[in-house]
Design a protein around this ligand. Structure first.
Ligand SMILES: [Zn+2]
Length: 261
């Protein structure tokens, strides 16, 4: 099938759906110029952190317990790479699908693995950011202190970890570090929405290596309901997707929106 035919068919499927779940991963943020930290072109491809440990170890809950300065040095590097970046047209289109009745959707949800908060910044409200959000800082001892920040410019890289102004414990972003459990409330929300069901599930820019990211695609496939994948590369869910658009996130969403408008 030619690309233009695939786009037409994907747009038809989208038009027929009233409820849609969009699942987004690193490929979505990559179109905003955010580096991924693994994989081709990633910050940590074939490289250990300055502390001499692999990035997954530095960004683990265990390392944060033992030596939060190591975790923070990587968090700062990720945050600095993201500074000045903003949501792209694809983020805006997903927000418009949710908020603008002209598209005719009843129910739009986003399940994202990205921790940049871009979906919310673009105006999406029904977002399950299952891995958290770097812009929400909180006391690691959970004394109750928390702060919403736009970036980490106020954090001194020579005095890590940054500390809670109330109780002097290390602070941390409200993100799920490697080896930590997913947040209960967000998991419950996801299961509630999956039980309600979606006419269409669209997987965008994620390799879907985590079971909870692949699950919604699998559920729809089992029920004989449509699934769509947007990804230049083949992934864990490619074989069950009804239709694959081998495109980047922003370009695919712009092309689809144009056919819906
Ligand atoms: Zn505190």
């Amino acid at each position: 099938m030619e690309l233009v035919d695939m786009l037409d068919r994907a747009a038809e499927t989208l038009k027929e759906a009233r409820s849609v779940l969009f699942i987004t991963g690193a490929g979505m943020s990559a179109d905003s110029g955010l580096p991924t930290y693994r994989g081709t072109g990633g910050l940590y491809q074939d490289r250990t952190t300055d502390a001499g440990v692999p990035v997954e170890v530095a960004l683990s809950g265990g390392m944060f317990q033992r030596n939060p300065a190591v975790t923070w040095s990587v968090l700062l590097e990720l945050a600095n790479a993201a500074r000045g970046k903003r949501p792209h047209r694809g983020h805006e289109i997903l927000a418009a699908f949710e908020n603008d009745p002209v598209y005719g959707f009843d129910r739009i949800w986003i399940l994202t693995q990205n921790v940049d908060g871009f979906h919310q910044r673009a105006g999406s409200r029904q977002v399950i950011d299952i891995h958290g959000d770097l812009s929400q800082l909180q006391c690691a001892r959970e004394c109750g202190w928390e702060e919403h920040v736009t970036d980490y410019h106020h954090i001194d890289p020579d005095r890590l970890p940054p500390r809670c102004p109330v109780c002097n414990s290390p602070i941390r972003p409200n993100v799920v570090l490697f080896g930590e459990l997913l947040p209960e409330a967000k998991l419950r929300r996801l299961q509630t929405e999956l039980r309600a069901g979606f006419d269409l599930v669209v997987s965008i820019g994620t390799t879907s290596v985590f079971p909870y990211i692949a699950q919604p695609m699998i559920i729809n496939a089992r029920l004989g309901k449509p699934t769509l994948e947007i990804n230049p590369d083949f992934t864990e869910v490619s074989s069950i997707a009804d239709l694959r658009l081998p495109l980047g996130a922003a370009r695919a969403l712009v092309e689809l929106e144009r056919r819906l408008a």
